[in-house]
Design a protein around this ligand. Structure first.
Ligand code: ZN
Length: 220
């Protein structure tokens, strides 16, 4: 039960980052459950004071609900970084493990992992780690697909939950911290040609839109 509550709150928090109120259908879809199941759980969470639910108008977390969501997200992202750094797990494998481990993390182990990792602010996918006090700074990076030819940028964030996509990106060297140069952007929504290190690749426009970068300072 506790795990289900935490999963719902986390998903609602993420849906609410895109829109102020999360619809029950968006919640059901994100969790892979039926609409009636999501609706009855949402009602229970409302009874617990974790969210406000207005039928047909969607769901909004209360302060208490958002605090729990952020704590679970903090656990998830700390675990991901711990698994990647301390156990050398590839970045496409850490998300699935963290989905389980996030529900079982004591305060003292959380602090120990946080300190051992040097109080990190981002996970291996570049997602920001909420602070211990429950605050979360969302960085404002731009999609790689929005850069014109000739731009140089540093990869800062990749999608965390699609292992096949992550393996593909890692195979091209497109992981957080990598320096990329946009060589050519084909017209008519064609591929984006990139230089990563001494290799050149072409990736689809859709994928380029899901990689977030920080433009590199111009050098002469
Ligand atoms: Zn993850």
């Amino acid at each position: 039960m506790r795990q289900a509550v935490e999963d719902y709150l986390k998903v609602i928090y993420k849906v609410q980052q895109r829109q102020r109120r999360a619809s029950t259908s968006a919640i059901a879809e994100s969790l892979g459950v039926s609409l009636p199941a999501a609706t009855s759980m949402v009602q229970r969470l409302a009874d617990m004071g974790l969210l406000r639910y207005t039928p047909y108008r969607g769901v909004e977390l209360t302060e208490k609900g958002a605090r729990i969501a952020l704590e679970v997200i903090r656990h998830h992202r700390l675990w991901e970084l711990f698994l990647a750094r301390a156990l050398n797990m590839p970045i496409d494998a850490v998300h699935a493990e963290a989905e389980r481990l996030e529900h079982a993390l004591s305060d003292s182990l959380e602090d120990t992992i946080d300190a051992a990792l040097g109080y990190p602010t981002v996970d291996p996918h570049g997602d920001p780690i909420p602070a211990k006090d429950g605050t979360l700074q969302e960085p404002s990076h731009i999609p790689l697909g929005a850069l014109p030819a000739g731009s140089k940028a540093v990869v800062r964030r990749v999608p965390d939950s699609d292992p096949a996509l992550l393996r593909y990106l890692a195979g091209l060297g497109l992981i957080p911290g990598a320096l990329v140069e946009v060589v050519e952007v084909a017209p008519f929504n064609g591929p984006v040609h990139l230089r990563v290190g001494d290799r050149q690749h072409a990736i689809g426009r859709e994928v380029a839109g899901r990689i977030f970068v920080e433009p590199a300072p111009v050098q002469d």
